[in-house]
Ligand binder design. Structure first.
Ligand code: FAD
Ligand code: SF4
Ligand code: SF4
Length: 481
């Protein structure tokens, strides 16, 4: 083993420098700096090169983490990049926004009593170095294939599949109803977690590699699914999940109560320099308002921190369970608290008060009761605990469900699960329609970017196999004659 490794005993874990809360709330830029070369080498050298690396096992992409940490510790950055890009299409993005505490770093078993290796920040550093050095190149297939693949959805799942299919020489066309590439990377996740130039850089690389983008095209709207299917040899559906869950409480239709994704999309568009009437009119702008965000997931965390940056008067987050039982990342809760967000744990909305416009949320306190069949404690309302929280803006961040794709696509026979996600055979990534594959959130339900990348890669592999098998079939039939 390299003498550069196993330094966890003498070297403490460090994260890249985080900008001070007071400064970072003044803009939408990322809050973490990049490691410099020395910091990346030092942090990588803490890895103990486990025989069974649980970090790798619990990374959805099974990234070869110990090896690229060793190469980084030895300053062999080009090799580290080559290795890291073999398993991940967007390592600089996952390095920034994976919930590492629940995935690779959360599984790092360095040694009892020592903190995990800082994996995500090193992964980001490797690819940022590669971009700076000009090592990151667009796809350049040796042979062009005649077959074309239509991908519906240009989020991480669709983009990862597109890159893999271009490497194999297929003609790849991505259709997206948005006007920019990236899906939720562009319009959902705020710039303070992932700056938009990072997403644009990847989009450009795909364009340079020969991927054709058809933006502003709504499949199932003005362009039918049947038309797209007829144009291509195979289709990948990677449309994500966009139907916002609602709250059935009195007053939930009042003005000033808005869905999370509309709020975040408008904010991202504003940062990108678009004219956005809903922001300028104040409708989707938190400035000067008492804002209450309802929910405890990543989306809720992004909303509270966006509202703070829009200069809200106050921002509180209402969540019916406690801190330990929230689905969002603990790291993001800490960031939000540092930035001035007040968390109201064990609280749930009972009603929204106001005449036309919301003026307050009537909330109730919650007690966590016995665990249900899933093992989670059931929230129970505490009688007589109703109280009011002033609110000029309420943001609902309660999660997302899939749209009704069979109806949208005019394909009654397209099979879905009881949750409305597309049903696929996980061995082939194919739906019940021949040549129609699916990947990402539309299959898993609201999930993570890294799982979208994983599915996109698996779908590309499956599409390639399916096309090759179809091409071989007539030959095989001929051979038997
Ligand atoms: P999407 O990214 O949703 O992309 C789907 C694309 O399909 C979109 O571009 C959409 O316009 C397009 N589309 C949909 N329907 C049609 C149609 N009919 N015709 C044409 N185009 C269509 N994950 C993390 O790992 N870390 C995070 O920090 C994180 N933060 C998040 C914050 C927010 C606010 C949200 C909402 C999600 C967050 N996620 C995070 C989850 C992550 O963004 C998703 O899991 C991931 O983007 C799913 O990728 P996808 O490609 O399946 O779908
Ligand atoms: Fe960790 Fe995500 Fe990178 Fe895997 S892709 S190593 S889970 S940061
Ligand atoms: Fe290194 Fe931690 Fe992975 Fe072990 S689990 S190989 S110490 S990063």
């Amino acid at each position: 083993m390299s003498s550069k490794m196993l330094k966890f005993v003498s070297t403490e874990k460090a994260m890249p420098v985080k900008r001070k809360a007071q400064k970072r709330v003044a803009d939408f830029d990322e809050i973490y700096d990049d490691f410099d070369a020395v910091e990346a080498e030092t942090q990588s050298s803490r890895c103990s090169q486990c025989g069974v690396p649980f970090c790798q096992v619990n990374c959805p992409l099974h990234n070869n983490i110990p090896d690229w940490l060793m190469l980084t510790a030895e300053g062999r950055m080009q090799e580290a990049y080559e290795l890291s890009s073999q398993t991940n299409n967007f390592p600089e993005i996952c390095g920034r926004i994976c919930p590492q505490d629940r995935l690779c770093e959360g599984s790092c078993v360095i040694e009892k009593g020592f903190e995990s290796v800082t994996i995500g920040a090193v992964e980001k550093h490797i690819t940022e170095t590669a971009f700076a050095e000009g090592w990151v190149k667009p796809a350049a297939p040796r042979v062009e294939q005649a077959e074309s693949i239509g991908i519906i959805g240009g989020g991480p799942a669709g983009l990862a599949a597109a890159e893999m299919l271009r490497h194999r020489g297929y003609q790849v066309h991505i259709y997206d109803r948005y006007d920019r590439i990236g899906g939720l990377l562009m319009y959902g996740i705020p710039g303070f977690k992932l700056e938009k130039s990072i997403v644009e850089r990847r989009g450009q690389l795909l364009i340079d590699g020969g991927v054709h983008f058809h933006l502003g095209v709504d499949i199932g709207g003005e362009t039918s699914f049947a038309d797209i299917r007829a144009k291509h040899d195979a289709i990948l559906v990677a449309t994500g999940v966009y139907k916002a869950r609602d709250i059935a409480a009195p007053g939930s239709g009042l003005d000033g109560i808005v869905p999370a994704l509309e709020f975040l999309t408008v904010s991202n568009r504003k940062s990108l320099g678009d004219d956005v009437a809903a922001f300028d009119s104040g409708m989707l702008n938190a400035e000067g308002k008492d804002v209450v965000v309802i929910g405890g997931g990543d989306t809720a965390m992004d909303c509270v921190r966006t509202a703070i940056r829009q200069k809200a008067k106050s921002v509180s987050c209402l969540y019916r369970r406690d801190r330990a039982n929230m689905p969002g990342s603990q790291r993001e809760v800490q960031n939000a608290e540092e930035e001035g967000v007040v968390f109201k744990w064990l609280s749930a909305p009972q009603a929204f008060l106001g005449d036309d416009k919301v003026r307050a949320v009537q909330a109730q306190r919650i007690h966590l009761g016995q665990p249900d069949a899933t093992g989670r404690q059931v929230p129970e309302v505490i009688d007589g605990s109703a109280h009011e929280l002033p609110a000029d803006m309420v943001i609902k961040a309660l999660g997302f469900d899939p749209e009704d794709l069979p109806t949208m696509f005019g394909q009654d026979g397209l099979e879905v699960t009881r949750w409305g996600t597309l049903k696929i055979d996980w061995r082939t990534m194919m739906t019940n329609l021949a040549g129609v594959f699916a990947a990402g959130d539309i299959v898993r339900g609201a999930s993570l970017v890294v799982w979208g990348v994983r599915d996109g890669r698996d779908a590309a592999e499956a599409i390639d196999q399916w096309i090759m098998a179809a091409a071989d079939a007539p030959r095989a039939a001929g051979a038997g004659r």
